[in-house]
Structure formats: structure tokens, C-alpha cells
Write a protein that binds this ligand. Structure first.
Ligand SMILES: Nc1ncnc2c1ncn2[C@@H]1O[C@H](COP(=O)(O)OP(=O)(O)O)[C@@H](O)[C@H]1O
Ligand SMILES: [Mg+2]
Length: 222
């Protein structure tokens, strides 16, 4: 459950303006899709929402926090606590197994060392959902592209984020994998998780509550 409010947000790199005047609010349990031409700033905006980049001006409120006031270190802590970031390509350690790759976020999770059983349950539940349970002990290099992407998604959400940020999550996937992911989004959304994604896919947009078109001048409901 995460609530988001972006007001008058802008981003520049040095003197290069990427976008300005972004205003959006997203309620808990809502799924919004952002479309727009390549290069318009979708990934940059999602990186800001995911706490991977800072804001140039304007405000970004996530739940009770003023995210625009935080530095990258503070943003990383918020990300670890409540944000799951899914990218188009998930970097994996190919020598490790699927299971070991999924466990990577736990290396940084010192809060609850006693949660082993709950973590195991979650890995089993998600790997069944994403149809990679039978692959848990395989090395990553044996998997197909679609399977690797599903493992990447599991790893992104294994710590129960309240906000999922997904940058073209189905960009390179077959229809079957896309539909597994969409079904998961519907399910997790109904449990209150907020989802913000960039996509070129009509199918993904059709499953979203609100679809925005992004231009350099901000976001407009399609
Ligand atoms: N670190 C950076 N430094 C300078 N320019 C960047 C940086 N990251 C992205 N850009 C520029 O920002 C613009 C928007 O990129 P991006 O957010 O990736 O757009 P989209 O995801 O919509 O294709 C592009 O012109 C890109 O070259
Ligand atoms: Mg992009």
C-alpha cells in the first residue's frame, strides 16, 4: 500500500532539460501505465519514482515521505524497505542457481534474520506463480530469456514491496510470459500494492487503471 504524489516535477542533466511539469497522483492499489515516444523521459521518471535518481525541482511525496529532500543513500533505504524495481533486462549472476539469484536481496536484509521460513514460503509461492519452481536449482545460464525475466521479477518483489516500478517489463517477452506477469499484477494490486509502469504494449495498457502519455511537457491521461 503506497500512495504517490508528484507535483510540478522536473528533471535536467546539467543544462539538458529532460522533462518538466509532471503532475500525477496514484492511490494505493492502483496500476498506472505511462506511454510515450522513446527518449521522452519515461525511464528517467521511473528511476526517480523508484528512488534511483534525484529530482531537479518540484516535489515527490511517497506515503509520509518527502522524497525530493532525500539523498541517494536515503533513497536507497526507502527502496529497500518498500519499492520493487523491475527493468526490461534483469542482471543475473549466471554461475549461481535461480534460487541463489532470488536470494540476493536478502544479503542486505539484516532486520529479520529469523524470517527464514517466511522467506522460503515466499520463494516457493512466487516461483510456482511464475512457473519457474522446477528450475530453482538450475544455473541461470540454462534458462530461456523469458524464464530469466520471470526470475528477475521474483527477485524484485521478494521483499514484499508496497510499490512496484516496472520499466517496460514485458518489452522483450512472449505472450505467455506477458500474461503471467499481467495476472500477477492484477493479483498483487488487489492486495493493495501500487504499480507504476512504462510500456509500449497495448495489452499492458488495457490492464491498467489509468494510462498516461508522456511528453516533454508532462503527463496527460490518454
Ligand atoms: N545520465 C544521463 N545523463 C544525461 N542524459 C541522460 C541521462 N539519462 C538519460 N538521459 C537522456 O534523457 C532523455 C530521456 O531518456 P529516457 O528516460 O531513457 O527516455 P525513455 O525511457 O522515454 O526512452 C534521453 O534524451 C536520454 O539521452
Ligand atoms: Mg526507457
Amino acid at each position: 500500500m503506497s500512495k504517490i504524489m508528484l507535483s510540478n516535477l522536473s528533471k535536467s542533466y546539467k543544462n539538458k532539460a529532460i522533462f518538466h511539469n509532471v503532475n500525477v497522483s496514484v492511490e494505493s492499489g492502483e496500476m498506472i501505465a505511462i506511454k510515450g515516444k522513446s527518449g521522452v523521459g519515461k525511464s528517467t521518471l521511473l528511476n526517480i519514482i523508484a528512488g534511483l535518481e534525484t529530482v531537479t525541482s518540484g516535489t515527490y511525496r511517497l506515503d509520509d515521505m518527502d522524497m525530493e529532500k532525500k539523498n541517494l543513500y536515503q533513497l536507497a533505504r526507502v527502496r529497500g524497505d518498500r519499492i520493487g524495481y523491475i527493468s526490461q533486462f534483469s542482471p543475473m549472476i549466471s554461475k549461481l542457481t535461480v534460487y541463489e539469484n532470488i536470494c540476493i536481496p536478502f544479503i542486505f536484509d539484516k532486520k529479520n534474520p529469523k524470517l527464514e521460513e517466511a522467506k522460503m514460503k515466499k520463494i516457493v509461492e512466487l516461483s510456482k506463480w511464475f512457473e519457474v519452481y522446477h528450475l530453482l536449482n538450475e544455473k541461470i545460464k540454462k534458462l530461456s530469456g523469458g524464464e530469466v525475466q520471470r526470475v528477475g521479477i521474483i527477485r524484485s518483489i521478494i521483499s514484499n514491496p508496497t510499490l512496484i516500478v516496472a520499466d517496460e517489463p514485458t518489452g522483450s517477452l512472449d505472450d505467455e510470459t506477458t500474461s503471467i506477469i499481467l495476472k500477477f499484477f492484477q493479483e498483487t494490486k488487489s492486495n493493495g500494492t501500487t504499480i507504476i509502469l512504462a510500456t509500449h504494449s497495448q495489452l499492458v495498457a488495457a490492464h491498467s487503471d489509468v494510462v498516461y502519455n508522456m511528453t516533454k511537457e508532462g503527463l496527460h491521461i490518454v
